[in-house]
Design a protein around this ligand. Structure first.
Ligand code: ARG
Ligand code: ZN
Length: 849
């Protein structure tokens, strides 16, 4: 069944449901092609709601029978759900429906993955399981009975009965349907236990397919650390007797916080030293924490409607970033988050897909699980905390949990606790939730009679979503340095509220060097006309770790921009600054590795476009190669010592210390490979006993145009490991030279292991092509065509993943007219595809603008 003409849903149209749901009983009789779902739901009319229309969502369901208080009824059924005449007193609704999990390739609702049953209900998947008021403000207590010939039968809450082919689960905590989950299959548990702060024991399990049980230990440790951290830092205790995590191979996103039964993309939980990189380990730790933290920020307190998605996601991303900062290095985490924000959120906020952190309309909510809602949503919370201070933040959170436990809330509820605790008027701050676009903040300075004055002007470029942006509240952290690098003024948070505003620092003996936007205290583009000498000074001396990194980043960006647009040579300040960083053994290796990394080519394209020139992907690629080569030569003498210093003799640990050394070693190896034709990379490849070293070496070889033999060996070694083979697919495409990337991607789509219906494999292949900037934007448009071909093919099978991947085209207006025409032609070709999904239709029409 195809979608009808798209309708737009508006925040302003919110209206509550006319009934309370007192309880829900579900019985599943599992069968791959014909699962029967019996529901028994107790409804009570809500006297406070005038509109008492009884509408239940339902999609792709075959209704067998429906009853009200035991009497068979004949509801009016459409593609979207049913309506039925109902009593105006409490009543029991019963329905039996039949569904087809094996035919559910969209991976939404109840579906099958590698022989197991699993569910994904957020945001609107429960309506594909049974008829229900599938909206987050309808919360109820669920009891779930599962019948099926599977050794493991799981649902939310606590187990009440577990026997052969039969289980009953009861979740005492009222929840919206999007948190429902069911899993059944031949699974093995990696078990453990946790005792909560009040002494209650909790059984923990990570459930996996046989063969994967050796990849659970790290995830389990991350779970226990998360549980302890949420008690210690937020005072949040776990609230069920069990906590189950299941690893699933076919999954559209990273993971899902279903109450007591988190379902994870296997890439977001399974890891062993041999198969997972340090980056994988860190991501797994963060995602486990994220989903666990949702138990309070999302589940106990949920969202009134999907416009409020950032209420749970922004806050939970913020919480997981705090957790990672505590477990690892806070500056390294902050820098990584900003790199990610600039790579994923800025393009969204600065292009046709721009939308506020709290959108005001949508056609398909799945299209709004975005970097803006998640990552900018988290930045907004970070700013709020900076403005009110740590103590008030903690107090406001306590009030939020106490006041709203068990409720479905809004951003207004969230801000109200801060206003109450601090007495602040947050109405201007609230614009962060309603305005799209990245503010650009320009800085000017004056120096007169011992007074140093900074004048900031903020301007958010208008967009379709926000045609007339207003000034935002910006917390701008500033410190001042003296000529010898000493801090003459410690960090202070300047609170900017006007379009243009000055801040004076008095009583200074000499003109200072400012360190502005320390810690990236607001998600803005900072514009300051300065010279390479000031950047180099901050790179050498800034006492703020973030801004010290930022100074090096700015030097790199500026030299790459002039190299890409003229025949400028690599900037000497940059090369000397990096050499000093490499030599400075007092700096954390992980931090040094981040310093050495160059801005991404897509980020450079954005910077060039913002500065008024048309980015040329080949010239950017060439500039980036030239700069890396120059750095390799400049640092030639210190590289052997760095490589030696990063060698680890102890057994592998995926912790921040070892990972940092491997990261710095990897950055050094990439440089060395440019000087020794890959000799040391080949040696590292042969000696590697963990995936980080193995993959780093392989990636160095591939980027040098070598490593064909190792690539083939890698495949043979890992052909039975799905997650490692995803890396094998992705690496070849990401590391391909610009004129090879499309051909490599095309060849790989013909490989026997290209299971295109598996989202991880599809992303590893087509997603990697879109990440090879110069390769994707190759002048003949073949990169665009290959991606479009595959999006058209995937759309009828999995609209959600198709729609997400359309965002590869979101930056199209940056490029030259020829490329724009080529991209527009592909976008129009996708748009013209018969029966295109609602998801993809919305994305393409927004991108076309
Ligand atoms: N709530 C999940 C998380 O942030 C994401 C689930 C999104 N799923 C979707 N189909 N939109 O962890
Ligand atoms: Zn989340």
């Amino acid at each position: 069944m195809r979608d009808a003409a798209p309708t737009t849903i508006y925040l302003k149209d919110y209206a509550p449901f006319g009934f309370h749901v007192e309880s829900v009983h579900l019985t599943f009789e599992l069968d791959p092609r014909a699962t029967r779902v019996h529901s028994r739901i107790a409804f009570r009319p809500d006297p406070d709601v005038a509109d008492r229309r009884f509408f239940l969502h339902g999609e792709n369901l075959s209704l067998i029978v429906a009853r009200i208080d035991g009497e068979t009824v004949a509801p009016d059924i459409t593609d979207a759900g049913l309506t039925c005449a109902v009593p105006d007193t409490p009543f029991v609704w019963e329905a039996e429906v039949q569904i087809d999990p094996a035919g559910n390739t969209a991976l939404e609702g109840l579906y099958m993955s590698g022989g197991m049953y699993c569910t994904q209900c957020e945001a609107e998947g429960f309506r594909k399981i049974t008829y229900y008021p599938d909206r987050p403000d309808v919360m109820s207590v669920f009891t779930v009975e599962i019948k099926g010939p599977h050794p493991v039968l799981l649902s939310n809450g606590n187990p009440q009965q577990q026997g052969e082919g039969h289980a009953i689960w009861h979740d005492p905590w009222p929840k919206p349907a999007y948190l429902f989950a069911l899993v059944a299959g031949d699974l093995l548990a990696h078990p453990d236990s946790f005792t909560t702060c009040s002494g209650k024991p909790v059984d923990l399990n990570i459930w996996v397919r046989p063969g994967d049980e050796g990849k659970c230990a790290f995830g389990m440790e991350a779970l226990k650390k998360s549980m302890r951290w949420d008690e210690e830092v937020y005072g949040r205790e776990y609230d069920l007797d069990v906590f189950n995590i299941v690893a699933v191979d076919d999954f559209n996103m990273g993971a899902m916080e279903n109450k007591g039964l988190n379902v994870f993309n296997s890439s977001a939980v399974l890891a062993s030293p041999e198969t997972a990189t340090d980056a994988n380990f860190e991501r797994i730790e963060a995602i486990i924490a994220h989903e666990y933290f949702h138990n309070w920020t999302g589940n106990r307190i949920t969202c009134r409607d999907w416009f409020q998605l950032c209420l749970k996601e922004g806050l939970t991303v913020y919480r997981d970033s705090q957790f990672t900062s505590d477990m690892r290095s806070a500056p390294v985490k902050r820098i990584s988050d900003v790199i990610d924000l600039r790579a994923r959120q800025f393009p969204e906020d600065q292009g046709p897909l721009a939308h506020p952190v709290r959108p005001e309309s949508f056609q398909e909510i799945n299209n709004f699980y975005t970097a803006t809602v998640y990552e900018k949503g988290a930045e907004v919370i970070g700013m709020l905390k900076r403005l009110v201070g740590d103590a008030a933040y903690a107090e406001a959170l306590d009030l939020y949990f106490a006041r709203h436990d068990g409720q479905a809330c809004t951003i207004e509820d969230w801000l109200a606790v801060f206003a109450e605790v601090t007495g602040r008027d947050l109405s201007q701050f609230k614009r962060w939730y309603s305005q799209a676009g990245t503010p650009r903040v320009h800085v000017a300075e004056t120096w007169e009679n011992g007074t140093y004055t900074l004048t900031f002007s903020q301007k958010t470029p208008p967009s379709a979503a926000t045609p007339d942006p207003q000034p935002l509240v910006l917390p701008i952290d500033v410190g001042l340095l003296g000529a010898n690098g000493d801090e003459v003024r410690a960090t202070e948070t300047l609170e900017m509220t006007e379009a243009t505003q000055s801040f004076a620092f008095e009583g200074l003996a000499a003109k200072p060097v400012p360190s502005i936007l320390r810690g990236f205290s607001a998600p803005v583009v900072l514009e300051r006309e300065t010279d390479a000498a000031e950047r180099a000074f901050l790179l050498a001396h800034d006492t703020d770790a973030f801004n010290r990194w930022e100074a090096g980043r700015a030097l790199a960006r500026e030299t790459l921009m002039s190299m890409a647009t003229s025949d400028a040579a690599p900037d000497a300040d940059y090369l000397d600054g990096m050499l000093a960083v490499l030599r400075d053994d007092g700096l954390d290796p992980a931090y040094r590795a981040l310093m050495l990394a160059q801005p991404g080519q897509s980020e450079l394209a954005a910077a060039l476009a913002q500065s008024g020139s048309t980015p040329d992907p080949d010239a950017i690629w060439q500039a980036s190669e030239t700069l890396k080569q120059a750095l390799a030569q400049h640092a030639q003498d210190v590289l052997p010592r760095i490589l030696a210093g990063c060698r680890i003799e102890e057994p592998f640990r995926p912790d921040a210390d070892q990972a940092g050394k491997r990261a710095l070693g990897g950055a050094a190896l990439a440089l060395v490979t440019r000087l020794d034709s890959g000799a040391q990379a080949a040696a590292q490849y042969d000696a590697a006993d963990n995936m980080t070293l193995q993959l780093t070496a392989l990636s160095c070889l591939l980027s040098a145009g070598k490593g064909a033999e190792q690539l083939a060996g890698f495949y043979d070694q890992w052909k039975l490991d799905r997650l490692v083979i995803d890396k094998w697919f992705g690496l070849q495409i990401v590391q391909a030279a610009p004129d090879q990337a499309v051909g490599t991607a095309r060849d790989l789509t013909g490989h026997a292991d290209f299971n295109w219906q598996n989202p991880n494999r599809f992303r590893a292949t087509l997603g990697s092509l879109s990440m090879n900037h110069a390769g994707f934007h190759t002048a003949d448009g073949s990169g665009y065509a290959v991606l479009a071909d595959w999006l058209i093919k995937l759309d009828p099978v999995n609209p959600q993943t198709t729609a997400r991947m359309c965002s590869a085209f979101q930056t199209w207006k940056r490029y030259d007219a020829v490329r724009q025409d080529l991209i527009r032609a592909q976008l129009e070709r996708i748009a013209a595809t018969p029966d295109l999904s609602r998801d993809t239709t919305e994305m393409i029409s927004r991108i076309l603008g």
